[in-house]
Design a protein around this ligand. Sequence first.
Ligand code: PIR
Ligand code: CA
Length: 314
Amino acid sequence: MPLHKIILDCDPGHDDAMAILLALGNPNIELVAVTTVVGNQTLEKVTHNARAILEFAGAKQIPIAAGCTRPLVRAIQNAAEVHGISGLDGTNLPEPTIPLDKRHAVDLIIDTIKANPPKTITLVPIGGLTNIALAVRKAPEITELVKEVVLMGGGYHTGNRSAVSEFNIAIDPEAAHIVFNEKWPLTMVGLDLTHQARPDDRIMAEIAALKTPISEFVVRSLNYYTAGYRQRSGRSDHAPVHDPCAVAYLIDPSIIDTQKAPVNIELQGALTTGMTVTDFRSQATTDCHTQVATKLDNPKLWAMFIDSLKRLDK
Ligand code: PIR
Ligand code: CA
């Protein structure tokens, strides 16, 4: 398996926290920078959470920078009903002490890409796309310099913010429009895929049995997240854990099937704003720089996640 140097742009968020831990614990991922963006909660709260997670996991040296406080055009919307007032409700991480990088996230993203050889940095956005859109507008040359973009967001058959729109795209569809229309190779790990990413009681027991501070944090996070999900949905299974799927695709692409298809973002639908309109007609795939994730090997995802937790060994 190759080594992937990634920039994780996030809005933690319980599932963002799981994505950070998966990346930190896996030997095929080098987390070269973490950037934060308004989304699940305010920029201030998600940045605090990202610092707390990194420090708790022993990753004090990774540069972390705060980004955009609001979407490009639209008013702020958060996901407090899912992640709570803090963005990480149900958990109790120690107050972070690690410093924030002085730069704006957009500049940390651009600088990191330029400080590395061409096509060696992968962007992994797991929140709204505001920072990434601004980065590519400020420094258009990064389109050619990044290796690829693997993002959690969207969905070709389903939504969670509305019938057809997913939260990360819906909160800043104009930013998504910019990011999906740049000609970098882009993989959309959307809800069609992430709704398959669910632990079960046996997996939760396996995580709990690690009995490390990290595993306790994971159990608290996922228990809070699933309890709210069950209440809102009336379902009895575990909540889908979206964000680690984007990282998992890089670690081992064989656990996720993909299909090439052009994707565009609806910006002015009466009912469909924020929809990732995906064209599966075969003639549309020539010269296509985007692909969508379709099928997940869920047991392998959790085996990979538990492996990361063990390696973090805290
Ligand atoms: C938003 C999220 C998760 C669940 C709901 N209902 C709303 C956040 C996650 O952090 C993930 O990145 C994405 N947005 C899933 O829509
Ligand atoms: Ca997220």
